[in-house]
Design a protein around this ligand. Structure first.
Ligand SMILES: NC(=O)c1ccc[n+]([C@@H]2O[C@H](COP(=O)([O-])OP(=O)(O)OC[C@H]3O[C@@H](n4cnc5c(N)ncnc54)[C@H](O)[C@@H]3O)[C@@H](O)[C@H]2O)c1
Length: 261
């Protein structure tokens, strides 16, 4: 698809959640950069840093590359201080982060542990609010936008998704509370509920391949989606084309969520 290379000209957008070239966050980064945005990328740890830096090298406009483990308040503070120092301001934030222990993503939901629950909710849901709090002052007077990523398992029961479904429900509710509060500061907050895509995080869900084939078989478009389709929706949400949209959960799932039986 051809997108005007000026749609996000002079916009500065921080993308949290690139782990490798299959990450949805990387597809989003490429769409935003192709539309003219200047990008800051974060990575979780040293092991991921090298991959993110080599991907970032392909981007135009000298991307910033910074460490940020979202369970660490000091790292969140430091990332926004550095963005302020380098960019001066921020127009957009992409939150594409989720984590649950592998053993929490298989079989019985009843066996969810307290630690597993807290960890999944902290990383996958609370982090949106923590990052929004850091980003909002940098978006002052700039029509900012925040976009996060959810999955149907936050709304309906999906086998093995378990505690991550609870985290996504909390994430989607956070989107509405943040949108209500930040609207008066001209910051929009939206969520893309994506269909299943084969990524590192997705492979942690037991029987993920069954989910892919089931969805493709039932979805109105009779296929799965790819990360580029999510990326272009994120681009729309970050652009002035979506200036009237906030607090929204937008499904990019080939229509799967409308099907009853
Ligand atoms: N792949 C899918 O099928 C699918 C579908 C719908 C929604 N999503 C959501 O999309 C988002 C991106 O996931 P993905 O599928 O691209 O997988 P991914 O594994 O590429 O991305 C997940 C990211 O979360 C990061 N992360 C985990 N813990 C972190 C922490 N403590 N601090 C900072 N970063 C941390 C990882 O480093 C990684 O970059 C997630 O929110 C996921 O739930 C994925």
């Amino acid at each position: 698809m051809t997108v005007p290379t000026t749609l996000l000209k002079d916009k500065k957008i921080a993308v949290f959640g690139v782990a490798n070239k299959w990450s949805i966050a990387w597809a989003i980064t490429q769409s935003l950069a192709a539309a003219g945005a200047r990008i800051a990328l974060t990575y979780i740890d040293e092991r991921t840093e090298e991959k993110v830096r080599s991907l970032a090298a392909a981007l135009p406009h000298h991307p910033l590359v910074l460490p940020c483990d979202v369970t660490k308040d000091d790292q969140i503070e430091s990332v926004f201080n550095k963005i302020k120092h380098e960019f001066g301001a921020l127009d957009g934030l992409i939150h594409a982060i989720a984590y649950a222990r592998k053993e929490e993503l298989e079989g019985s939901f009843l066996k969810t542990t307290r630690e597993g629950f807290q960890e999944a909710l902290d990383v996958s849901a609370y982090s949106l609010t923590a990052l929004a709090r850091g980003a909002a002052p940098l978006m002052q007077g700039r029509d900012g936008c925040i976009v996060t990523l959810s999955f149907l398992g936050g709304f309906r029961v999906v086998p093995n998704y378990n505690v991550m479904g609870v985290a996504k429900a909390a994430l989607e509710t956070s989107v509405r509370y943040l949108a209500a509060e930040l609207g008066s500061r001209r910051i929009r907050v939206n969520c893309i509920s994506a269909g299943p895509i084969n990524t590192l995080a997705a492979r942690g869900i037991s029987n993920f391949h069954n989910l892919l084939s089931h969805t493709a078989g039932k979805a109105p478009l009779q296929r799965n989606i790819d990360a580029d389709e999510v990326a272009d929706t994120a681009l729309y949400l970050c652009s002035h084309l979506a200036r009237g949209v906030t607090g929204e959960i937008l499904y990019v799932d080939a229509g799967y969520h409308i099907i009853g039986v």
